[in-house]
Design a protein around this ligand. Sequence first.
Ligand SMILES: *Cc1c(COP(=O)(O)O)cnc(C)c1O
Length: 340
Amino acid sequence: MIDLRSDTVTRPTLEMRQAAFDVEVGDDVFGEDPSVLKLEETAARMLGKEAALFVTSGTQGNQIAALTHCNPGDEVLLEASAHLFLYEGASMSALAGVQPRTIEGYRGSMIPEDVRTAIRPDDIHFPETGLICIENTHNKAGGAIVPLEDMQAIYEIARENQIPVHLDGARLFNASVASGVSVEHYAAQADTVQFCLSKGLGAPVGSIITGSAEFIRKARKWRKRLGGGLRQVGVIAEPGYIALTQMVDRLADDHENARLLAESLEQIPGLSIEGHVETNIVLVHIGELTMSAEEFLEELKQVGVLAVPFGPKTIRFVTHLDVTRKEIYDVVDRINKVIR
Ligand SMILES: *Cc1c(COP(=O)(O)O)cnc(C)c1O
């Protein structure tokens, strides 16, 4: 089976498994796990922030950001198809008690002036704008990179209005490798950043949030409240450290494979690529086929290819560590067979 459902399906490398076995551990709630401390320090340094916190998942990192930045009744500005809005079970509302307000973007990027217009004036009728969220790369927009200039402009507007900015950078390293802009540069356009170790970087579990020392102090308490204070967690932090320090550059291979997949699929009658491929996500439109996305995926499964539906006639393929160049060619062959 060739699994292109997500870059979360990667299995830990042999080196990660060995590291998990060998690692010296301690109780991280007491701040005594050496791997967690090393991972957090390294992540903070790489992103140019004062401090970092190892969290169980991207969703937990994003929610801790909302909980730490906002008060109940605040409004959060975010792009209309943001992961935080679509795919986190409305946890921002359920947990932080905030109201999301969406702004329609272009390829996942909000127009800075639209953000400015959406900020609430001081009025007894209105919620307070408590947070602005940006997602880079943007999942629903097919791994699109939010341009650095857009982030800079939004951060300027946010600072003028004293509103914090949170970057949902689940795939920030993909954006960086593809654009050549350093993660530190991107992170400088936000107060806090969440990124996933468990996606393209290949770690089995975990995400990081980074920000000021004061923010991370408060975030640590929210993590504990959410049940995310873990004990001998070096067994997953050490693989996470390997992911962060050794697996970044190879993301370029995933991007190359995604481009190859898109170029090949585009040649197949009935299929077209939505937008264009910038990183490791390929959105394929099957509009000219009589099948629905679900039916098409069922056929693909029969020939040993997995992907996910991303709309009634849209399929998402994600390339990653566990898919080789040869398997990409195999996928194209098998899809060709299904369509004939
Ligand atoms: C995957 C993802 C998340 C959530 O990460 P989990 O570890 O699956 O909870 C958040 N934001 C974006 C953009 C993502 O792609």
